[in-house]
Design a protein around this ligand. Structure first.
Ligand code: NAG
Ligand code: NAG
Ligand code: NAG
Ligand code: NAG
Ligand code: NAG
Ligand code: NAG
Length: 575
């Protein structure tokens, strides 16, 4: 989208607000396509290729000054099929350039698809891909590939090994559910180790393989870990540690959720031992309580941090994807750390993303009384049809918020009015958010943001908190992302997602929220990234007008915004 910016008048109103002018939208914006497939749904800074279908992130790596992101890709259509490895590169994790296909289904061992996998950097500094190939018989095998030229800074071409397939399912292992090898790690014995996701009976397992040369692999007697619970196949396993505390993440097709466990790793026996025994996989911890799947992490050697990517599926229909010509995006790259109390992971968008922040609106100490609604205003893009500067000034305090980054801190000093907590709610926060929506009055909360809202608020996505009083005078904080009113269209998947936030609201007296708004995605981080909820939304009004941003409180106790900062974002180069 072309836009023009003009700033410099800001000082006149500069006490509370700063802003920019964005006074016309691309006149080429097609009026030809139906509102269902508005170009306004394409993201400005969440990764997606120029066109067609993507799903899982694959083989993320930092190598010789360049970040690489590969992804499951259909080079022919906006639906799943012909699965290849798309490949994009970046020097800052923000702007991306597509450099062609790294892997295509061309050989008997991957002719029906080059499925997910990982990259490991060998001691001689050669990166190697290990991925799942689907054979003509529909069996899943593991293959490897090396860069054709390691001096090519973008590692554009990859050569599949003559030794492929390097791993075939052993007798007794279901070859239809045998996929997604991890990045390898080396044990004290010098052997490489990888995990492969599998299903045994109704449960899942992470099968361990060892190798001295990355070509010849031997299956360990025991899986690293398995579950007798009805988890189905474990897809996209990921295994890593923080100072001796280990994380095992698996992606479960039964509920399309990335679950993880924390625990120890017995290196002698090559076994993972969860430190908490959760009964039922639904109670395992989650990376994200919304629509996010098949995540994969990598270590960014440049900055000494672990970064996670995950696939965000559409919530729109397949026919709309075909008409739009694209489907699937990635989360923002998130730094993953272990919470200081050791109880859970914390995720936060990489700091590089802040380089896209442009004009800022800011407010302090704004009281949100019972029933209160506060529009966060700056300046908005006026429509080309309304003319230029004159209109821009007329709509001075409207904030252009179709893609933005919002950070807010809510202060709650009085918890007396909190609703009573029923411990049975713990197992299903999504159900609780569905029953206690933003318009259901509470005690302390619901308070939060309304994002991607139309002027009449008929369309809105509410991201909010609700505080409950537990039986023993402790408090539970619920975070919701409610899409039920996000679009007037009824055929979309519009759940109210939810998760509890592990903070001590009594001690802290406040709770933070960061929400990344980007056309058709709302990616939210509660309590400093302790609870993440990502949603896909398709408001119909976006086809013709800009989005509004509000803060609201529908609790019976007043809440305060101690600080709010909202930035318009620059458009990243993605593709
Ligand atoms: C896969 O590619 C072939 C062309 O090579 C095409 O005819 C077919 O429609 C594609 N299938 C999908 C699902 O994209
Ligand atoms: C490998 O890549 C480097 C850097 O782009 C280039 O100079 C060199 O010619 C390439 N080598 C081959 C054999 O293509
Ligand atoms: C192997 O997995 C496939 C796909 O889930 C399933 O249909 C089949 O029954 C499994 N076979 C065995 C022997 O469990
Ligand atoms: C992706 O989204 C579509 C539309 O909501 C849904 O039908 C499909 O099951 C989803 N797939 C996954 C893997 O989440
Ligand atoms: C707050 O509650 C009122 C009354 O139920 C409702 O009209 C309004 O939409 C609610 N606000 C939000 C954000 O749902
Ligand atoms: C309060 O009860 C909950 C269970 O409902 C428990 O998890 C928590 O440890 C208890 N807190 C204290 C301070 O006793």
């Amino acid at each position: 989208m072309a836009s023009s910016c003009l700033s410099g008048l800001g000082w006149i109103f500069g006490l509370f607000f700063s802003f920019s002018f964005v006074f016309f939208k691309n006149p080429d914006s097609p009026g030809k396509s139906s509102a269902n497939v508005s170009p306004e749904y394409r993201t400005a800074y969440h990764f997606q290729p120029a066109k067609y279908w993507i799903n899982d992130p694959n083989g993320p790596v930092y190598y010789n000054g360049v970040y690489h992101l590969f992804y499951q890709y259909n080079p022919y259509a906006a639906v799943w099929g012909n699965i290849s490895w798309g490949h994009s590169v970046s020097t800052d994790l923000v702007h991306w350039t597509g450099v062609g296909l790294a892997l295509s289904p061309t050989d008997p061992y991957d002719i029906d698809g080059c499925f997910s996998g990982s990259i490991t950097i060998l001691p001689d500094n050669t990166p190697v891909i290990i991925y799942t190939g689907i054979t003509s018989k529909g069996e899943q095998v593991q293959n490897i590939a090396y860069p054709k030229n390691v001096s090519d800074p973008y590692l554009r071409e990859w050569i599949k090994s003559d030794s492929n397939p390097v791993i075939e399912a052993a007798d007794g292992v279901n070859a239809s559910e045998f996929r997604d090898p991890t990045t390898a790690w080396r044990g004290r014995d010098g052997l490489w180790r990888i995990l492969i996701g599998n299903k045994v009976g109704l449960g899942g397992q992470a099968i361990l393989y060892r190798s001295s040369d990355f070509v010849h692999w031997v299956q360990a007697k025991e899986p690293l870990h398995s579950s007798a619970d009805r988890t189905g196949v474990w897809e996209c396993p990921d295994f890593y540690s923080y100072d001796g505390k280990y994380v095992l993440k698996v992606s479960l097709q039964v509920n399309w959720v990335d679950h993880y466990m924390l625990g120890g790793y017995d290196e002698e026996k090559d076994l993972f031992e969860p430190s908490e025994e959760f009964v039922g996989y639904r109670n395992w911890r989650r990376y994200d309580h919304g629509k996010s799947y098949a995540s994969k992490t990598f270590v960014d050697k440049l900055n000494g941090r672990r970064i996670s990517w995950a696939w965000l599926n559409e919530s729109d229909t397949v026919s709309d994807a075909v008409e739009k010509g694209w489907a699937g995006i990635q989360t923002t790259p998130r730094v993953v750390t272990l919470d200081s109390n050791g109880r859970q992971l914390v995720q936060w968008p990489v700091k590089e993303l802040e380089s896209l922040r442009k004009k800022r609106v800011q407010l302090h100490d704004a009281e949100l009384k019972t029933g209160g609604l506060l529009e966060i205003k700056g300046i908005r893009a006026s429509q080309a049809k309304h003319g230029l500067l004159i209109h821009a000034i007329a709509s001075f305090f409207i904030f252009w918020i179709t893609y933005a980054d919002v950070e807010v801190e809510f202060e709650v000093s009085d918890l007396d009015g909190a609703e009573h907590f029923d411990p049975t709610w713990l197992v299903d926060p999504q159900k609780l958010c569905t029953e206690k929506g933003a318009s259901v009055q509470g005690g302390v909360g619901p308070f939060g943001l309304l994002v991607l809202a139309s002027e009449d608020r008929e369309e809105q996505t509410a991201v909010y908190f609700r505080v409950f009083k537990d039986h023993n005078n402790t408090y539970k904080v619920l975070m919701c992302s409610d899409q039920t009113r996000s679009s007037l269209r009824t055929e979309l998947d519009k759940p109210a997602y939810g998760g509890f936030v592990d903070i001590d609201i009594k001690k802290d007296g406040k709770i933070s929220l960061r929400t990344l708004i980007d056309h058709s995605v709302v990616e939210s981080f509660g309590g400093g990234g302790r609870t993440c909820i990502t949603a896909r939304v398709y408001p119909t009004f976006l086809a013709k007008s800009d989005a509004h941003l509000y803060a609201f409180n529908n609790g019976s106790t007043s809440a305060k915004i101690s600080e709010l900062k909202a930035w318009t974002m620059a458009k990243a180069h993605i593709g």
